[in-house]
Design a protein around this ligand. Structure first.
Ligand code: AMP
Length: 215
């Protein structure tokens, strides 16, 4: 099963992708996570990527397309994958169509998590994650069960993303509206787009996605 989760930054794509990964045994391919790992490696490419990402702009298409083209050949993608944060431009969507076609397969579901901009700012500014296992949390919407301790792995170390600052979030939302939202009519025209209310609770969103996948 090949699934795209679409939606603005802070819509909950990462959280829902993690759920789908556990529930259906699919690989979660988050281009943001892959790029942040490249930044953390301290390579020359990582340094370049960091300045683009910290500005809130999108990284160039050819680089991201090459990353995904290679990543989908890994063994963990054999049962399928969930794309979280890719495609983000029409050029990326077209390249994905071609790579799946060459692999003799296709896309199965494109699910949009729809959320108003006003709510996104609140959601993003409270985000943090476990520095050890990567589990995502939120100051108000999903705090740790025990203060300062990761629910999943027990670590006491947490981190916040450099691009979750208010100024950068505004630029990321602008990039979404200008460059990524044209994907909605693109997939609607292919009769693939299904929309879920991303402002509902996390569990309700999960249920809505499961219903779409079983239809
Ligand atoms: P995310 O974690 O998905 O919010 O991505 C964080 C940042 O990584 C974005 O603001 C972009 O700078 C970059 N990025 C992630 N995915 C893509 C993509 N598909 N195309 C271009 N840039 C991307």
């Amino acid at each position: 099963m090949h699934i795209i989760l679409l939606g603005p930054p802070g819509a909950g794509k990462g959280t829902q992708a993690s759920f789908l990964q556990r529930e259906y045994g699919l690989a979660k391919l988050s281009t943001g996570d892959i790029l942040r790992a490249a930044v953390a490696s301290g390579s020359a490419l990582g340094v370049q990527l960091k300045s683009v990402m910290d500005s809130g702009a999108l990284v160039q298409d050819d680089l991201i397309i090459d990353i995904i083209r290679e990543r989908i050949t890994h063994d963990d993608c054999a049962k399928g994958f969930i794309l979280d944060g890719f495609p983000r431009t029409i050029a990326q969507a077209e390249a994905l169509d071609v790579m799946l076609h060459h692999a003799g397969t296709t896309l199965h579901h494109v699910i949009e998590l729809a959320v108003d901009d006003a709510l996104l700012i609140d959601r993003i500014s409270g985000r943090f994650s476990c520095a050890s296992c990567g589990e995502g949390y939120h100051d108000h919407f999903k705090p740790t069960l025990v203060d300062g301790v990761c629910d999943v792995c027990g670590s006491h170390e947490f981190s916040r993303r450099a691009d979750d600052k208010a100024e950068t979030v505004a630029r990321r939302l602008e990039a979404y509206h200008e460059q990524t939202s044209p994907l909605l009519p693109y997939y609607r025209a292919l009769n693939m787009l299904r929309t879920v209310d991303g402002m509902a609770s996390m569990d309700e969103v999960t249920r809505a996605i499961k219903t779409l996948l079983s239809a």
